[in-house]
Design a protein. Structure first.
Length: 270
């Protein structure tokens, strides 16, 4: 699961077993894993789903440093959400701590643990799978397999590619302002000024890009050909089957052991 740098495009080519899979298969797998887990909030289903997702995380092709950087927000959000639920969640069972509106009870602690695990079980596979998706491959799959309008797909792809330039433009603006001696103003004023300049620059670049794409026939209404055919292999089907099995096993375990807690209805647990 190492990374290689493509000298032709400058992009990182990941060699993990899941990395070369279809972008549409990764998108579908992330949805198949995440959406069913929203139905129940209990420790068992979230724990089973998180445990079964570990092989997918290991085979994604992300390096350890990249994995921790991309998922850092989840590792921060999970304990914070758990702390909030523990202090202000529904009270049941033994009360361990109480002060003003804060009340820590057996039920709130159980709900807090389930919430933290649920955030990780839903977020980690989604973030990791999306991290290995190439926007160009996703656009090819959406247009060729889902038959989405080519003008919409290509326009969205062009806009998404431009997002990567915003950080470079921001740094360039900061250096230019510093060279002119106007970088020592207040942070708020400086930030607003740079944001406005970046907004104007983005509009100009978007207009130029739209004109260039129109000149190259991207706005045509005829049938479009594609330089990269969308491919779907056996590995893509296996990935979807695994994505279906993970929430199925997790929710089945919750029902069998009586921990199922439907978020829109009463729990089956006694």
């Amino acid at each position: 699961m190492t990374d290689l740098l493509s000298h032709d495009t400058g992009r990182v080519v990941r060699t993990g077993p899941i990395a070369p899979r279809s972008a549409l298969a990764k998108l579908a797998a992330a949805l198949l894993i995440s959406v069913p887990l929203i139905l129940s909030i209990d420790v068992l289903s979230a724990s089973v789903a998180l445990l079964l997702s570990v092989p997918l995380l290991l085979m994604s092709g992300l390096r350890p440093r990249e994995f921790w950087l991309r998922t850092a927000v989840l590792w921060i959000a999970a304990p914070l959400s758990a702390a909030t639920i523990a202090l202000y969640g529904a009270t049941s069972g033994t009360i361990y701590f109480e002060w003003l509106v804060m009340r820590v009870s057996e039920g709130s602690l159980s709900l807090a643990a389930a919430t933290a695990l649920r955030v990780l079980a839903i977020g980690l596979p989604a973030v990791v799978l999306f991290s290995t998706v190439d926007p160009t491959n996703l656009a090819d799959d959406l247009a060729q397999r889902l038959r989405l309008p080519a003008r919409f797909v290509i326009g969205a792809l062009a806009g998404l590619r431009m997002l990567g330039l915003l950080a470079d433009d921001w740094r360039a603006l900061a250096l230019a302002r510093r060279a002119r001696g106007v970088a020592d103003e207040g942070r708020i004023r400086r930030g607003l000024g740079m944001a406005f300049a970046l907004f104007v620059l983005a509009i100009r670049r978007g207009s130029s890009l739209a004109t260039a794409m129109e000149a190259r026939g991207f706005g045509g209404r005829g049938r479009r050909t594609w330089a990269r055919p969308s491919r779907w292999g056996r590995g893509d089907t296996i990935l979807l089957l695994v994505a279906v099995m993970i929430p199925t096993a997790a929710l089945s375990a919750a029902v069998v052991f009586g921990t199922w807690n439907f978020i829109l209805g009463p729990s089956v647990a006694g």
